[in-house]
Design a protein around this ligand. Structure first.
Ligand code: SF4
Length: 316
């Protein structure tokens, strides 16, 4: 150890099974069909990933209407509403769905609870693509609850109106508990979803940050500002006792002054961040005397998801 300076590296961190599948979907589509491949929205919320794919011939569009008729169009990991799927169908686009299966699971829950006559209280962040996609499955009965304050904005549901809560997959686990408790105070007959909507990757990355945060003077989270799960990691780090925490896309965004008087730096990254960006942060820290790196592993992950059917290797 040099001058007591050290790094605690959180694990698990980085790519989850859904991001891995989504990025591979675009790469395999490029291989199979050639450029250009169109992607609706950012395939995953990471600047480096999006810029790298754009250089290889991927064209990112906001809506299916911006891609030509008949084009190959990939739907991003965050999922789409049925209206978006219909729009692509009308334009005869050849679609590949990179929606994470754990997001699809929440969509199916929304469909089912609408069929069964429920009002759905969807805990999530207004304007996030995943929330728009999930709400789009049952728009007439879904009500967004954005933060604790969102609970007060809900209408008064009667005792005989069936109520269930669902959530975005990338929320803070602890904040969601607070929101759901407040929902239940207001609506004691509120029912729980059959299983967690906050996905395993979000939960594991938050747990690993909590394990090291109390020892960290500074926690550097690698991730993009529009990445919900990355932003949550900064919040979780601060709540769990890190003295300071910042989100950076690249090592070059680290401000030297953050390291003033710092002995222990925690490092982690969001679920859409390639490991090479973490390596660059570790090199940056190494150059400044933070040579002692200890990885702290709180869980291991082995989940993988199959590619969309059209991109799977042919069976022999
Ligand atoms: S963060 Fe979770 S829900 Fe989102 S892509 Fe990864 S595994 Fe799927």
């Amino acid at each position: 150890m040099t001058d007591g300076k050290n790094v605690l590296l959180a694990a698990p961190r980085g790519y989850c099974a859904g991001v891995d599948r989504a990025v591979e979907t675009v790469e395999k589509a490029l291989e199979k069909y050639g450029a250009p491949i169109y992607v609706r929205k950012q395939i995953v919320h990471n600047r480096y990933v999006v810029e790298s794919l754009a250089k290889r011939g991927v064209i990112f569009v906001e809506e299916a209407s911006e891609a030509p008729e008949g084009a190959h169009l990939v739907f991003s990991a965050h999922g789409i509403s049925p209206a978006v799927r219909n729009q692509a169908q009308e334009r005869k686009q050849l679609t590949l769905d990179a929606t994470c299966p754990l997001v699809t699971k929440v969509h199916k829950e929304a469909q089912r609870f609408e069929r069964d006559g429920y009002h759905i209280l969807l805990v999530g962040h207004e304007g996030h693509e995943e929330v728009e996609g999930t709400a789009g499955e049952a728009p007439d009965v879904t009500h967004l609850v954005d933060g604790v304050d969102g609970v007060d904005k809900l209408p008064d549901y009667l005792q005989d109106e069936k109520l269930i809560w669902l959530s975005q997959t990338t929320l803070s686990v602890d904040e969601t508990v607070v929101i759901v408790n407040k929902l239940r105070e207001r609506f004691p007959h509120l029912e729980n979803p059959p299983s967690d909507d906050i996905c395993y990757a979000t939960q594991n990355r938050q747990e690993s940050v909590k394990a090291i945060a109390p020892k960290c003077d500074l926690m550097i989270v690698v991730g993009s500002k529009n990445s919900s799960n990355s932003v949550r990691l900064v919040e979780v780090a601060l709540e769990a006792g890190a003295r300071d925490s910042h989100l950076v896309d690249f090592a070059a965004e680290i401000d030297e002054s953050w390291l003033d008087g710092v002995e222990t730096v925690g490092v982690t990254c969001g679920a859409s961040v390639p490991e090479l960006l973490v390596r660059e942060v570790l090199e940056y820290l190494d150059d400044r005397g933070f040579n002692d790196v200890e990885q702290v592993t709180t869980s291991t992950e082995s989940i993988t998801f199959a590619l969309p059917r059209d991109l799977r290797p042919a069976r022999t």
